[in-house]
Design a protein around this ligand. Sequence first.
Ligand code: SF4
Length: 315
Amino acid sequence: ALAALEAGVHCLRLNPGNIRRPEHIKLIASEARDRGVPIRIGVNGGSLDEKLYQKYGGKVTPEAMVESAQMELAYFEEVGFNQVKISVKASNVPLMIEAYRQLSEATDHPLHLGVTEAGPPPAGLVKATAGIAALLAEGIGDTIRYSLTADPVEEAKAGRQLLEAMGLRERKGLDLIACPSCGRAEVDVIKVAGDAQDALEKLNLPIQVAVMGCVVNGPGEARDADLGIAAGRQKGHLFVKGQVVRVVPEPEMVDALVEWAHKIADEGIEGALAQADAGAAAEADADRAALLDEQGADANASEQRVDLIRKNLLG
Ligand code: SF4
């Protein structure tokens, strides 16, 4: 730690489980204080101080993790050092959430959130998001880190996307939403959504785009999206804020999304809506009515499925 300070680092992380002797901790804090370098007290459930581990019954508990952070903080305060942020990470999500909740009650220092050793995606992404998002939703946390077994670029992207999804950062890039597909789907939604993601992501536009499997429900279900496409009768029904603006042949769906994403970026939503094709909305209505006629109101055969489940349950 002292060598890193000497080398001119901008921030240090100290794990109370690793550097334990009070005189060493205070020496580092004094040096950091003199150089104006902040320190993160990084408590980690997996390397908790053995004495605290024993004190709390041979278990890593939220209370033990918070006490570890507070002990470190007390040494820092003894030498008048307070440029501190704190983390109490664990790989166990409920443990980490509870430790941060308790820590937020115990201190006003900024808190750095993370689920440590979350592992490779997708499970790692789910674990990290579950822990970090739960705390952010409660107003706890000042900085975040995704600890994934993956390219660090993926960690940074995940963090950015979480903050955008929670409305804590303005969207800088694409937000692609897509329906899960069902008995009404008129197109391979997974493929079209993947192609759309690849084509639109490169544009770096702060836009929400929807890919919907059918024109029966698509434009309505995704009416809040800036732009979207819904499939039906070998066509793509392109819509802006739920209003159908153009109907294109199915193979041109992704190209049409790219063209209209540019239009929205250049001319805004109103400008794009003003360029709607005259007959597009009527054509979409006709396709919707024809599909409803063909498929009926219950394209997923829900009633028969429920009957079947009841019969199986009742033997
Ligand atoms: S009803 Fe249409 S838009 Fe909704 S999930 Fe099914 S295919 Fe997708």
